[in-house]
Design a protein around this ligand. Structure first.
Ligand SMILES: CC(C)(COP(=O)(O)OP(=O)(O)OC[C@H]1O[C@@H](n2cnc3c(N)ncnc32)[C@H](O)[C@@H]1OP(=O)(O)O)[C@@H](O)C(=O)NCCC(=O)NCCS
Length: 195
């Protein structure tokens, strides 16, 4: 068990209290540690720094349990559409709703910033991620052959449409209702105070 970094111990299966917050430079050491564990061709520090510098059309969040970064994800905003650039959860913390919480926050923030559809590429063999994306209403739309150069694996292209509609908001609410524990989301674009 790799839970030593936590101040308080979190029992396996116990409801998880997760904070989802905008990714900052100070998170990148932990992000890179997770990145190296879950991706065969990990992004480097420069790539994350470059993404973080593009705040105008990027949303990057980390998920933390206590002070420990347990996952992160990103969304690129292009012409009213969102593109999931990355989504990863520390293997020691997978299957506890962290990925779902991150995707909820990314999608909701994207919708707030005007997107109406979201796309992503996922490895054809990555059943875990595909199951998560299907829950979020993503459907297969095509295949990019040999997309992942390091393995020659094909990418499945998935899309979720009409994410700004009431039906999709209800889907997100249903997903949220299945999560145990609490999620504190530090929204990067707060509403202006009422006047
Ligand atoms: C994909 C990933 C981010 C999911 O994160 P996670 O925190 O484990 O996911 P969650 O616990 O929020 O799972 C939410 C739902 O996704 C599906 N899911 C997640 N992992 C799954 C698995 N191993 N097998 C089947 N379904 C899975 C389930 O529907 C799950 O809901 P349930 O647990 O109530 O059944 C994580 O597995 C990961 O980091 N993988 C390596 C990196 C990666 O492949 N990223 C995606 C790149 S496109």
């Amino acid at each position: 068990m790799r839970r030593v970094a936590l101040a308080g111990r979190v029992a396996e299966g116990a409801p998880l209290d997760v904070e989802v917050t905008p990714m900052r430079r100070r998170h990148l050491r932990s992000v890179l540690r997770i990145e190296a564990q879950v991706y065969p061709r990990p992004w480097n520090l420069g790539l994350f720094m470059s993404e973080l510098s593009l705040r105008g059309d990027r949303i990057y969040h980390v998920a933390r349990v206590g002070q420990t970064v347990v996952g992160y994800g990103g969304l690129m905003l292009v012409a009213g559409e969102g593109h999931v650039t990355t989504l990863a959860v520390d293997p020691a913390w997978q299957r506890r709703g962290v990925g779902a919480r991150l995707l909820l926050a990314l999608v909701r923030d994207g919708i707030e910033r005007g997107i109406t559809a979201i796309t992503l590429e996922v490895r054809m063999g990555n059943q875990a991620a595909q199951a998560l994306y299907r829950r979020f209403g993503f459907a297969p739309a095509g295949v990019r052959r040999n997309y992942y150069v390091e393995t020659g694996e094909d990418a499945l292209v998935m899309w979720a449409h009409d994410v700004d509609g009431a039906g999709y908001a209800a889907r997100l609410a249903r997903i949220e209702a299945t999560l145990t524990g609490s999620t504190v989301t530090d929204r990067p674009h707060p509403e202006p105070p009422p006047r």
